[in-house]
Design a protein around this ligand. Structure first.
Ligand SMILES: NC(=O)c1ccc[n+]([C@@H]2O[C@H](COP(=O)([O-])OP(=O)(O)OC[C@H]3O[C@@H](n4cnc5c(N)ncnc54)[C@H](O)[C@@H]3O)[C@@H](O)[C@H]2O)c1
Ligand SMILES: [Zn+2]
Ligand SMILES: [Zn+2]
Length: 347
C-alpha cells in the first residue's frame, strides 16, 4: 500500500509501506476513505514531537471501512463504516473507566501517527477498535464526520466544557485556527452573550465571524483587554480560552478573564510560560489544562446528525490520497491559502 511516511524533521514522502495486519485480538484493519491533516502533524514535521521517529506513518484522524477484525472484537464488524478518532481507548484501565481516554494506561491515548503507524495511508491498524471507533451514521458526509476525529471534541471538551461556558457569558477565544474555531462553534451551543475572537490574521478573524464570533480583535493593531472591558463593565471575560500554544497568548488569556472567571488552556506549549500568581492569587480564577479525551464524540455526533453543528464548514480544500504533498503544502501555508481543514479522499 501507499502511506505518508515521516523521515525526520522536514522530511516526509507518499511511498510504499507494508499493509498493516492484525497484531492483537482487539485490532481492526480499516481501509481509509477520507483523512485530514492536523496542526500537530506540522509540529511533528518541525521536529517538536521527538517520540515520532523515522519511518512512522503520520495521521490521527480518518473515516474508513473495516476490512478485517481480530477475534476479540464484539461490536466492530467487517464492512462497518467507522470514524477513527485521534484518541484510542483500552476501555478498562483506571483512566478509561473515568472517561479520561486521553490518559489511557492500557496502551491507548494519542498513539496513532505518534507511537504507532497512523491514518495517512491506504490502510490503518486500529487497536482496541470496539472502544476507539464510532459507527458512521447513514446520510452524513464522511468529511463532516471526519471533523469529529480531533478538532471538534478538542475545542468542546478542553475549551468550552473545561471553561464551563454558561448562557449569557462573555467568552474570549485567543487563536482562531481550526481549534479556536471549534471552540467558538461549541460555545455557541450555550448561548453566550458575546464571543470575542482574537487572532493576528484577518483571514482567520473572518472565519471566526462565520463560525459565530460577534466581536473580532486583531492582536497586531487592537487592544483585546480594552474591547472586552467595554463589553463587561470593566470586569473581563467570564471564560477565556487559549487556542494558540505560545507564552504570550496564555498570558493574554489569563489577563482577559474576570475575577472568578475560567481560563481554559487548549494550546500545546513547547516553552516555559509565566503564571502571574502575584496578580492572580486574589482573583478567584480557575485555570484548566487538558489533552482531548473524545468522551463527547457521541454527543457531537448527535448534534451533527440533527444539523445543530455544521462541521462541513471547516473543510476548505479537497484532494485525493496521492496528493498528500500538495495537501500538506496548502495546509502549512494557511495564511495565504485560507486553509482550515483539508480532506483527502480515496478516488
Ligand atoms: N489540548 C489538546 O488536546 C489539543 C488538541 C489538538 C490541538 N491542540 C493545540 O491547539 C493549538 C491550536 O491548534 P490549531 O490547529 O488551531 O493551530 P493553528 O496554528 O492553525 O492556529 C493558531 C492560530 O493562532 C493565531 N495566533 C498565533 N499567534 C497569535 C497571537 N500572538 N495572538 C493571537 N493569535 C495568534 C494564528 O494566527 C492562528 O490562526 C495548537 O497549539 C495545537 O497544538 C491541542
Ligand atoms: Zn490533531
Ligand atoms: Zn485505557
Amino acid at each position: 500500500m501507499k502511506a505518508l511516511v515521516f523521515h525526520g524533521p522536514g522530511q516526509k514522502a507518499w511511498e510504499d509501506a507494508s499493509k498493516p495486519t492484525i497484531l492483537s485480538d482487539t485490532d481492526a484493519i480499516v481501509r481509509v476513505d477520507a483523512v485530514t491533516i492536523c496542526g500537530t502533524d506540522l509540529h511533528i514535521l518541525k521536529g517538536d514531537v521527538p517520540a515520532v521517529t523515522d519511518g512512522r506513518i503520520l495521521g490521527h484522524e480518518a473515516v474508513g471501512t473495516v476490512e478485517a477484525v481480530g477475534v476479540g472484537l464484539n461490536t466492530v464488524k467487517v464492512g462497518d463504516r467507522v470514524l477513527v478518532s485521534c484518541i484510542t481507548s483500552c476501555g478498562v484501565c483506571r483512566f478509561c473507566r473515568e472517561r479520561r481516554y486521553g490518559q489511557c494506561l492500557g496502551g491507548g491515548g494519542w498513539i496513532l501517527g505518534h507511537k504507532i503507524d497512523g491514518t495517512q495511508a491506504e490502510y490503518v491498524r486500529v487497536p482496541f477498535a470496539d472502544t476507539s471507533t464510532y459507527q458512521v451514521p447513514a446520510g452524513v458526509a464522511d468529511e463532516q464526520i471526519l471533523m469529529l476525529a480531533d478538532i471538534l471534541p478538542t475545542g468542546y471538551e478542553v475549551g468550552v466544557l473545561n471553561g464551563t461556558v454558561q448562557p449569557g457569558d462573555v467568552v474570549a477565544v485567543v487563536g482562531a485556527g481550526p481549534i479556536g474555531l471549534a471552540a467558538i462553534m461549541g460555545a455557541r451551543l450555550f448561548s453566550p452573550s458575546h464571543i470575542v475572537a482574537i487572532d493576528l490574521a484577518d483571514s482567520r478573524l473572518d472565519a471566526a465571524k462565520q463560525f459565530g464570533a460577534d466581536v473580532v480583535v486583531n492582536n497586531t493593531r487592537e487592544d483585546a483587554a480594552a474591547i472586552i472591558a467595554e463589553l463587561t463593565g470593566g470586569l473581563g471575560a467570564d471564560v477565556s480560552i487559549e487556542a494558540v500554544g505560545v507564552p504570550a497568548t496564555f498570558e493574554q488569556a489569563v489577563q482577559l478573564a474576570r475575577p472568578g472567571g475560567h481560563i481554559a488552556n487548549i494550546g500545546v506549549h513547547g516553552e516555559s510560560v509565566t503564571l502571574h500568581l502575584e496578580e492572580l492569587w486574589i482573583r478567584d480564577v480557575t485555570i484548566t489544562t487538558g489533552l482531548v479525551d473524545t468522551y463527547t464524540t457521541p454527543t457531537l455526533l448527535r448534534l451533527l446528525i440533527n444539523r445543530q453543528l455544521d462541521a462541513g464548514r471547516f473543510v476548505t480544500h479537497h484532494f485525493s490520497l496521492d496528493q498528500f504533498e500538495e495537501a500538506y503544502d496548502v495546509f502549512a501555508r494557511a495564511g495565504e491559502t485560507g486553509a482550515l481543514k483539508v480532506v483527502l479522499s480515496r478516488s
